[in-house]
Design a protein around this ligand. Structure first.
Ligand code: NDP
Length: 330
């Protein structure tokens, strides 16, 4: 396993990590979740990603049970939670039970600690920006949670560069602890934020990134190239919105060409897609998702595939993707 500093913080995170969205407490049984975490930990993964909204808090409970059962030393892993949506989702949570106001941030932190059965969270994310809460309130609350020892580092997810900078300006103004990390979507089809929008703030504020959906929910494995396989994420009831987003004809055509390239290179489509993400040095860690142990086993080989991605191969991929985000001229 390779490790990398999470932005300019001193925290060393494994370049591959494991997440639990839609899997823990939903798509997979708890014994599979345990097998996935065990394999990941044995392979050197030190970061497990979670959120209050995953399975309505159930994902944190399951992960907490597994951590307790395994008895791994608390100083050997990093665990995260995120808040914004509320346990019941935006629609069904009361105004006091969601968002980034002080009441919900504090209660969400306490709730996550209880569900995990842990004394502190290593990382606590604002799962989205909240236009109804002053940024000063968010930064002060996160700073206080850090001061109280309930959280070690805090970050954002799907915030714009401007929103992240506003948080840093407030932190600087009041001498508070600012965010160290952003969790954006990043994959071959979703590139703008990571490659262009954040380009400056990797340098200025030393932003780290823990990227999500590196396989675009499975589209970038090639499994949807020739029809719709049973028992996969995009077939789950209630996820029609995700299926519609993912399975555009133009994208499938590109994945078919990439799958051919992967096979010419002697690798697989998922490994090519993950290695491509790892190749970006501004990506601190790629959060893997898996519904089966053999998927996770395969995905670890992406670290080796990354080493074989020469400039020429990256250019071949670029010409198939034909979606390189353009930075503004000034
Ligand atoms: P991916 O895009 O990598 O999708 C993972 C899914 O792809 C698996 O569950 C599996 O689904 C399929 N898959 C993975 N590997 C293989 C393989 N080798 N062969 C075939 N199929 C494979 O990542 P996720 O969307 O799961 O995101 C990763 C993590 O990021 C989440 O668990 C969560 O922690 C975080 N996240 C954060 C968000 C945020 O807003 N901050 C939003 C979303 C995720 P299946 O078997 O069902 O086809």
């Amino acid at each position: 396993m390779e490790y990398k500093r999470l932005g300019k913080s001193g925290l060393q995170v494994s370049r591959l990590s494991l997440g639990s969205w839609l899997t823990f407490g939903k798509q997979i049984k708890n014994n599979i979740a345990e097998d996935l975490m065990t394999l990941a930990y044995e392979k050197g993964v030190n970061f497990f990603d979670n959120a209050e909204a995953y399975a309505g808090g159930g994902s944190e409970e399951i992960m907490g049970d597994i951590l307790k059962k395994k008895g791994w030393s608390r100083d050997s892993y990093i665990v995260s939670s995120k808040t914004f949506w509320g346990l019941k989702g935006l629609q069904d949570s009361l105004p006091t039970q969601k968002g980034l106001h002080r009441k919900h941030l504090v209660e969400a932190c306490h709730g996550a600690l209880k569900r995990f059965k842990l004394d502190y969270l290593d990382l606590f994310y604002c799962h989205r920006a909240d236009k109804n809460v002053p940024i000063e309130e968010v930064v002060w609350t996160m700073h206080n949670l850090v001061q109280q020892g309930k959280v070690l580092y805090w970050g954002t997810s799907e915030w714009s560069a401007q929103e992240i900078m506003e948080a840093h300006m407030v932190a600087k103004q009041y001498n508070l602890i600012g965010p160290i990390v952003e969790q954006p979507q990043y994959n071959m089809f979703h590139r703008d934020k990571v490659e262009v929008e954040f380009a400056q703030i990797y340098k200025t504020v030393g932003l780290g990134t823990t990227i999500w959906s590196p396989l675009a929910s499975g589209l970038l494995t090639g499994k949807y190239n020739d029809g719709f396989p049973e028992g996969t994420r995009l077939g789950i009831n209630g996820l029609e919105w995700l299926k519609d987003q993912a399975l555009a004809e133009e994208k499938i055509n590109k994945v078919k060409q990439l799958t051919k390239l992967a096979s010419e290179l002697g690798t697989s489509m998922p490994l090519l897609a993950l290695a491509w993400c790892l190749k970006n040095e501004n990506v601190s860690t790629v959060i893997l998702g898996a519904s089966k142990l053999n998927q996770l086993e395969e995905n670890f080989k992406s670290l080796e595939v990354k080493e074989s991605l020469t400039k020429e191969i990256m250019e071949q991929i670029e010409s198939i993707l034909d979606n390189k985000p353009i930075a503004p001229p000034f």
